[in-house]
Design a protein around this ligand. Structure first.
Ligand SMILES: C[S@@+](CC[C@H](N)C(=O)[O-])C[C@H]1O[C@@H](n2cnc3c(N)ncnc32)[C@H](O)[C@@H]1O
Length: 371
């Protein structure tokens, strides 16, 4: 089976996520992939002609080199014309560009779940059929409907939380994931939906209350919030089958000194990112922020190092700051981390910087394993 993944806005992160999950084909747990498709072994017309009786909804996305709205539309209408001539009823989803947006695919039901609602992807002479589309509505709800949110601690998008968890690599069923900077609990939420057990700590008592509120809300609302996420944790007992206490533990604690309860099978977190910023910081301010963040992050990694087993994966997002030249300034911590007993998987760290255009504080993702 030949798969095709339509990558998100930050392709390097999407590719790294696919690699780290062993090319997982479960769209609902891939934060960085917009669509998944499989190659069809017939000509597109033959494939469509073999679909079960009834009206066909057809979308075409053209990812070929010189593709345009016109090339995609021509292909779709050509297929429709022949199918109609053979007595099939067909509705073509209008192309606004060469490729259908995720929203258009999703809202026209082209997510691979309906056998007669089909999105075909053309890449030069090859054709693929979409088998999964990222459920942007489910992500938005998981992000915006949570009862306790706090702009000051930053809003980790659920997609990025999934990416951080996936960067830990395949995990055993029932794995227990620690987030020692859990804030409002987005990493914990996404890990629970993937079927893992979670353990969250944070220095701020208010954040612990927020996380508790959010995870209780998730427990009661889960059926409406997410397509049941399967994939690598498919064998893990579903959260719905377990009591809440079994599945999550939360405590207040300073990550630089806390003694966590065992077991810890993986650590995925967005570390302390410093003060929220709406403009490029002055050199003095940046120096001060770098020192503060570095001391918390390094203090945490040192404290964690002798509490986890060899080979335990640790993914941490640390801050990087936008400078006047348009580049992001990162924390210079990789050598020190290695000396603390970790192997750094993405030493060059190229590409794994997550940010919106002109966002002042980016998230710089570091993937580690305990030596
Ligand atoms: C960027 S926020 C994480 C937000 C989180 N990902 C969420 O879903 O809301 C960083 C968190 O680190 C916490 N923090 C700061 N210093 C800490 C420390 N020394 N130990 C533990 N938590 C700390 C803050 O209270 C804050 O909640």
């Amino acid at each position: 089976m030949k798969y095709l993944a339509v990558l998100g806005r930050q392709p390097e992160i999407s590719i790294a996520e696919l690699e780290m999950t062993g090319f997982c084909t479960d769209i609902d747990r891939l934060g960085g992939t917009q669509k998944l498709a499989i190659k069809i072994d017939k000509k597109p017309l033959e494939f469509l002609g073999d679909l079960p009786e009834g009206k066909i909804t057809l979308g075409v996305s053209d990812y070929s080199k010189n593709a345009s709205k016109k090339t995609a539309t021509v292909e779709a209408l050509k297929l429709k014309k022949i199918l109609v001539r053979h007595g099939r009823s067909v509705r073509v989803v209008e192309n606004k560009e060469a490729v259908l947006s995720t929203a258009t695919s999703l809202h026209n039901g082209l997510s691979g779940k309906n056998e007669r609602k089909i999105e075909l992807i053309k890449v030069d002479n090859d054709w693929y059929r979409v088998i999964g589309v990222q459920d942007i509505d489910a992500y938005a709800k998981r992000d915006q409907a949570r009862p306790a949110r706090d702009a000051k601690v930053g809003m980790l998008p659920p997609k990025l939380a999934q990416i951080l968890i996936n960067f830990c690599g395949p995990l055993p069923k029932n794995a227990r994931i620690l987030d020692p900077f859990c804030g409002t609990g987005v990493v914990l939420q996404e890990a629970l939906l993937m079927g893992y057990q979670v353990y969250g700590t944070d220095i701020n008592e208010k954040m612990i209350e927020y996380t508790e509120k959010n995870l209780n809300w998730l427990f009661f609302e889960r059926a409406t919030l997410a397509p049941v996420v399967t994939g690598l944790a498919a064998q893990a007992p579903r959260w719905s089958q377990c009591s809440r206490n079994n599945q999550f533990q939360i405590s207040q604690g300073d990550a630089t000194s806390f003694q966590w309860d065992q077991p810890i099978d993986a650590v995925a977190c967005e570390g302390y990112l410093g003060k929220p910023m709406s403009q490029i910081p002055s050199d003095i301010k940046l120096k001060e922020q770098k020192q503060e963040c570095k001391s918390i992050i390094m203090g945490f990694l040192k404290n964690l190092s002798n509490q986890i087993k060899v080979d335990t994966p640790v993914t941490i997002a640390v801050p990087a700051w936008l400078r006047e030249n348009g580049e992001y300034e990162r924390l210079d911590i990789i050598d020190e981390i290695e000396n603390m007993g970790y192997n750094v998987n993405n030493k060059s760290r190229e590409g794994l910087l997550y940010h919106r255009d002109d966002q002042i504080v980016a998230r710089d993702i570091i993937i580690l394993r305990k030596k």
